[in-house]
Design a protein around this ligand. Structure first.
Ligand code: SF4
Ligand code: SF4
Length: 415
């Protein structure tokens, strides 16, 4: 992690061009679905945007701003979706999202954290999950006859969302079993991935939990960790290297594993299913934010020359193709593309639900409006938090399907 001062270059380089609020012009199909920052689109003020947050960071660094008058709420209403970051990088090499993270860290250090986030952190500390549910019940949804392959060097990390959506890890288990993948579960040794601590700027708590998790994975002899949760996956790839040397651990999302199994012909799929038009929603943490974080400690020379060369995270190496490949393999399923897709996908708003439920609901409804406009009858994604947002109540209702659950339902009975 880094301090606010590490991002002075970004703060001083912003030329207020506004690209962080829009998808790239080449992708625009018109005025509708052209904006990319839900925070800005909803509030309509520059303060509520990547551009504004970078300016706020500068004022804070220069000692001209204090927390305590709603600034901390504004800061955490931003969904940290990173769309501003990759769009800014299309015009300038700046670190907008990392500046936002550094500002959040500064905010937490100053003692300000919106109450729901404080509660989540306490839950993680006391019960090892974000909901405050008993730790002993983390795997209570497992069928009693489940046999753990304790010798496997691959683990399925079910994540805290298994408390709310057990059908997702159950589907992942069925897919892995059908494809002959050897894996184990960590049971009581699996704790929260730490995404909520890292992304809300609670550095010390995140560092402690992430180091503990990495040690635990090594102690269990794990080489590859599979998850069906985009938030866990994004934390493993884009967050963990900020805190800990992951020592060669490989991280896979279930959509990647499934696409590979399908390509090899290892998953027996049903035929003759009814036609269904679906729009695929790219979760931020599976798409643009899942690129591996590579620490950089160089110097920034005049004209922004980074020495030694920096490995930029521009979002294009996220997981985009594999979930689509899975959908294309399902008979009867037609994939409809939304205007804002791949690294230019609009966030579902889930991360703002605790701090500003109205804004989060508006964002989810806006995403469903776009899915409907693409001609889809349902929206598919592969993140339990996107499911909470897009599958929740509100305007523009549209059925939500989880990719792993959909795929598991399409496996032939013998699998
Ligand atoms: S795209 Fe970058 S340079 Fe342009 S206004 Fe946004 S933060 Fe500033
Ligand atoms: S991270 Fe997302 S919500 Fe926050 S300012 Fe950037 S584009 Fe807007």
């Amino acid at each position: 992690m880094a301090n606010l001062a590490d991002f002075r270059y970004t703060m001083e380089s912003c030329n207020h061009c506004g690209q962080c609020k829009w998808i790239l012009p080449a992708k625009m199909k018109g005025w509708d679905f052209a904006s990319i920052c839900p925070l800005h689109e909803y509030h309509g003020f520059d303060a509520y945007s990547g551009q504004g947050l970078v300016q706020i960071a500068k004022e804070r660094l220069d000692g001209k701003l204090d927390y305590g008058d709603g600034l901390e709420t504004l800061l955490h209403t931003c969904t940290a979706c990173g769309a501003c970051d990759i769009n800014c990088k299309s015009v300038r090499d700046m670190e907008v999202l990392d500046t936002i993270y550094a500002l959040r860290e500064d905010c937490a250090k100053a003692g300000y954290l919106p109450e729901p986030l404080r509660r989540t952190a306490e839950n993680v500390e006391e019960t090892h999950n974000i909901y405050g549910e008993p730790h002993a019940e983390r795997f209570s949804w497992l069928p009693p006859d489940f046999k753990n392959d304790t010798e496997a060097d691959t683990a399925l990390f079910v994540g805290c969302s298994a408390y709310r959506h057990p059908e997702i890890p159950l589907a992942a288990i069925r897919i892995l079993r059908a494809g002959g993948v050897k894996f184990k579960l960590l049971y009581e040794d699996e704790w929260c991935c730490g995404a909520s601590l890292w992304r809300s700027g609670q550095r010390e708590a995140a560092e402690k939990l992430i180091s503990r998790n990495v040690d635990t994975f090594h102690r269990h002899g794990i080489k590859t960790l599979i998850t069906a949760c985009a938030e866990c996956f994004g934390a493993f790839c884009g967050g963990y290297p900020r805190f800990s040397d992951t020592g060669g651990l490989e991280f896979r999302h279930i959509s990647q594993v499934a696409a590979k199994l399908i390509a090899k012909g290892s998953l027996p799929l049903k035929k003759g299913e009814n036609p269904l038009r679906v729009a695929y929603h790219d979760p931020c943490m599976l798409g643009r934010l899942s690129e591996k974080y590579v620490p950089w400690n160089g110097k920034i020379r005049p004209f922004g020359l980074h020495v030694p060369e920096k490995q930029w995270r521009r979002g294009e190496h996220g997981v985009y193709e594999e979930p689509r490949a899975v959908l294309r393999a399902l008979e009867g399923v037609t994939l409809c593309e939304m205007t804002r897709n791949f690294e230019q996908a609009l966030c579902c708003g889930a991360n703002a639900r605790d701090v500003d439920a109205e804004f989060a609901a508006w964002t989810a409804a806006e995403r469903r409006r776009e899915a409907k406009a693409s001609g889809a009858e349902a929206v598919v994604s592969c993140c339990p938090f996107c499911q909470d947002a897009l599958g929740g109540e509100g305007e523009n209702p549209l059925p939500y399907l989880d990719l792993a659950v959909l795929l598991a339902d399409r496996l032939r009975e013998e699998a």
